[in-house]
Design a protein around this ligand. Structure first.
Ligand code: FAM
Length: 437
């Protein structure tokens, strides 16, 4: 059985060659135009980044090295006794482009579990924070402080060759991923269950199995399985989204993987991005409270209009790239459809009913280019059902997940020797001058 590093040692030279050929044979090929609308419109649709692990099609949704979510559900190994994709098999696919065997997946789980405990100074740092500090702020602080351990940074200071960067980047990325569950679970414990003992990392469990255990839900098989699916499918969503792009930009300065992912986490903490999952549940609970027993399609429609007329966005709907219902939303809905207890849950039912009317309302409203649900429309209600009711924590789970994609790209950016990012900006006067020329 090969390790993920051994597989990467075989794949890296091939990708390096591919990039070399692109640069020598096609560097002047045109991929699109830059219009004023791109410069003033958040660069939507502008093809301007290299990102290896996944590509997002507006209609079909995400593909990880060409595999759709349904493909991944068919081919990626699950946990022993489970059915859902686990973080390790998704990580293996993202990093190497290959489907891991059962044995490779178990070996990676073990490798991560063996280094899963937090250093004591991180525990002390987290324990000293006020429990009222948002869990995402705490997560970013913990991840940034872990760079005390960075092998990449130490090697850089020692002086290493550029073609060795990726190996230290991989070490740091695996160390960070290994510790994220203990870090995220300690924040949960400190904020919501102060004083409760935290279990140690179990070397025989997968990453998310351990995470669920440390959150205090280890005996809830369905929630553990849901978290596995959730964390696998939130792992990567190509490179242009705010968290991935932020972490990519910061990494391009050769800041280490910890600092670069901490930066990405703070982009994820914005309500238009990852924080939407917290907002969706808050908004749906408010709707439930207002509508009481009278929840019909008509009353939901009215409630949607109330949100829109008050100038707010409908959280969980719309997307910068997608123009169809998000297949990640569909996968989470499918999880609900196979479990009677979820189907009977009032908040799960409300999310489903909202989906039955919201696209038409958003179309009539006429602003959003995508009236369909994104992943966040569904992700929180299942957590709530299983007793993980603290919505302010939800984006932390997203943060544990998105490390899979951001750290994968960090490794690839170093393996490919990508340069520091430095796009050109223009003032409005400079734009007008260019238009007149
Ligand atoms: N409700 C109401 N209006 C919306 C809307 C929504 N859900 N989505 C977009 N719009 C508006 C948008 O605010 C903009 O209005 P203005 O012209 O007045 O500025 C207009 O429609 C055109 O926007 P767009 O081009 O369709 O969307 P963007 O690409 O600019 O933005 C999102 C994409 C995701 C930020 C936006 O759809 C949104 O704010 N959605 C709600 C928040 C949300 O669910 N975010 C999570 C995204 C998710 F996938 C993730 O990151 N996890």
């Amino acid at each position: 059985t090969k390790t993920v590093r051994e597989v990467l040692e075989e794949v890296v030279p091939k990708k390096q060659l591919q990039l070399k050929q692109l640069k020598t044979e096609h560097s002047q090929a045109v991929l699109g135009e830059v219009k004023v609308e791109h410069v003033v419109g958040g660069m939507r649709g502008l093809k301007s980044m290299l990102w290896e692990a996944s590509v997002l099609d507006p209609l079909e949704g995400i593909r990880f090295h060409g595999l759709s979510i349904a493909d991944c559900q068919n081919v990626l190994p699950a946990a022993p006794g489970g059915k859902e994709i686990i973080a390790e098999s998704m990580l293996w696919l993202l990093l190497t482009g290959k489907i891991p065997t059962e044995a490779e997946t178990r070996q990676l789980s073990r490798q991560l579990a063996e280094k899963g405990e937090l250093p004591e100074y991180i525990e002390k740092l987290l324990d000293s924070l006020p429990p009222t500090l948002h869990p995402m702020t705490q997560l970013g602080m913990g991840v940034a402080a872990l760079n005390h351990e960075s092998k990449f940074q130490a090697a850089y200071e020692r002086g290493i060759k550029k073609n060795e960067y990726w190996q230290y980047a991989l070490e740091d990325s695996l160390d960070l991923l290994a510790r994220l569950p203990a870090l995220a679970a300690r924040i949960y414990r400190n904020v919501y269950n102060p004083g409760q003992p935290l279990p140690k990392v179990n070397k025989d469990l997968d990453l998310v199995g351990n995470y669920a255990n440390m959150l205090g839900f280890g005996d809830n098989h369905d929630l553990t399985e849901y978290l596995r699916l959730y964390i696998a499918i939130h792992g990567d969503h190509e490179g242009g989204n705010a968290s991935a792009h932020t972490s990519h930009l910061v990494g391009s300065t050769l800041a280490d993987p910890y600092l670069s992912y901490a930066a990405g986490l703070y982009a994820l903490a914005g309500p238009l991005h990852g924080l939407a999952n917290q907002e969706v549940l808050r908004w749906q609970m408010q709707m439930q409270k207002e509508l009481g027993d009278n929840i019909t399609h008509d009353s939901i429609r009215e409630s949607l209009w109330k949100t829109l007329k008050s100038g707010q966005v409908v959280p969980g709907y719309g997307h910068g790239v997608l123009r169809n219902p998000d297949p990640r939303f569909m996968a989470l809905q499918q999880f609900c459809d196979t479990r009677p207890s979820l189907l009977q849950d009032p908040i799960v039912q409300l999310v489903k009913k909202t989906y039955e009317v919201a696209p038409a309302v958003l179309k009539e409203h006429g602003k959003t280019k995508n009236p369909y649900p994104n992943v966040d429309a569904a992700s929180g209600c299942v957590l709530y059902h299983y007793g993980l009711t603290q919505f302010k924590y939800y984006t932390v789970i997203f943060g544990v997940s998105r490390a899979l994609g951001c750290l994968t790209q960090y490794v690839w950016s170093r393996a490919l020797g990508l340069p520091i990012e430095r796009p050109k900006s223009l003032s409005m006067d400079a734009i007008e001058k260019l238009i007149k020329e």
